[in-house]
Design a binder for this molecule. Structure first.
Ligand SMILES: C[S@@+](CC[C@H](N)C(=O)[O-])C[C@H]1O[C@@H](n2cnc3c(N)ncnc32)[C@H](O)[C@@H]1O
Length: 282
């Protein structure tokens, strides 16, 4: 194995496979042979920052150093995070949430706020899109709704909390909605306070932290899109099982258009939403 980035020169790859497996166990993220070198390149700066000579030393720190490991894990997740996201992404599915799924939920869940958990939400575009869709369809005037945004990357959540977005994030959002829900200043755009307030909370949550996920999952809607593509099948199964154990009924799990739970679980059934789909808890 070679590490081409100049700053990585001199670093021994010893322990890289062990580190890959530890990261898999801790986060669900899996790097097969084709992505192994990229994995090394992403983590090499952290190893060098610690003045270690090999990945093995870094592995020992993450695995056994109880004092240092938590803050180092945050850096690892930030380094591996792919926070690629944008407003109005895979919008048909969120329209289906508003027009098909929420009416089913309100029939049953009458006395408590309807909680929607967007995880992982990266830098916040997804929960803000859900808020815009529900605003446009009048849901906030009808029932109390909470939208919670979580991601494993503390850096992504810090950006979501500040809420400053560049043009890339707006590539799919219709211009009139950008005009209505955002104010622009010095090359960035921020959600108007009324929209920002629609997202009830932002938090750092690792999807493989099962006790924490169990608490958040106690809701009728989980929007978990474009994360499982980076997970191993066994990690997806583990997370989906926790969702199924704790979600309310009716409970809907929305995954990305390129993600499928086929052969992963029998706890959810596929429901067609017209040009999109959802998984319904059985
Ligand atoms: C491509 S973004 C998806 C954002 C959004 N759901 C969307 O579809 O546009 C993937 C996100 O997964 C997050 N992530 C990766 N592993 C995670 C884990 N174990 N727990 C929570 N978030 C994780 C990354 O930090 C990144 O922000």
């Amino acid at each position: 194995m070679t590490f081409f980035a100049p700053e990585n020169l001199g670093l021994q790859p010893t322990g890289l496979a062990l580190l890959r497996d530890l990261v898999h166990e801790h986060t669900g993220l899996f790097y097969d042979e084709s992505k192994f070198e990229m994995f090394g390149d992403r983590l090499a700066p952290l190893v060098i920052e610690r003045r270690f000579r090999s990945f093995l030393d870094f592995y020992y720190l993450l695995k056994y150093d109880e004092r240092e490991a938590p803050s180092e894990w945050r850096k690892v997740v930030d380094a591996l995070s792919v926070p690629e996201t944008y407003f109005w992404r895979e919008i048909e599915q969120l329209r289906g949430l508003a027009c098909r799924l929420l009416p089913e939920i309100v029939k049953v869940q009458r006395h408590q706020p309807i909680r929607i958990w967007s995880v992982p939400c990266a830098t916040g575009e997804e929960p803000l899109t859900i808020a815009m869709v529900l605003e446009e369809t009048g849901w906030f005037d009808r029932v109390p709704i909470e939208i919670h945004g979580s991601d494993g990357s503390a850096a992504a959540i810090a950006k979501a909390t500040v809420g400053k977005y560049r043009d890339r994030s707006f590539r799919a959002l219709p211009a009139d909605l950008r005009e209505k829900y955002f104010v622009s200043e010095n090359g960035t755009s921020m959600p108007v306070p009324a929209l920002q307030r629609r997202v009830t909370s932002w938090s750092v949550v690792n999807l493989l932290d099962i006790p924490t996920v169990a608490t958040y999952a106690a809701c009728p809607v989980i929007v978990c899109r474009n994360a499982f593509i980076y997970f191993s099948p066994q990690s997806v199964k583990k997370v989906v099982e926790v969702f199924a154990d704790h979600m309310l009924a009716p409970g809907y799990l929305l995954v990305g258009a390129s993600e499928s739970l086929l052969n992963m679980t029998d706890r959810f059934a596929l429901e067609d939403l017209d040009h999109a789909f959802a998984y319904v808890k059985r």
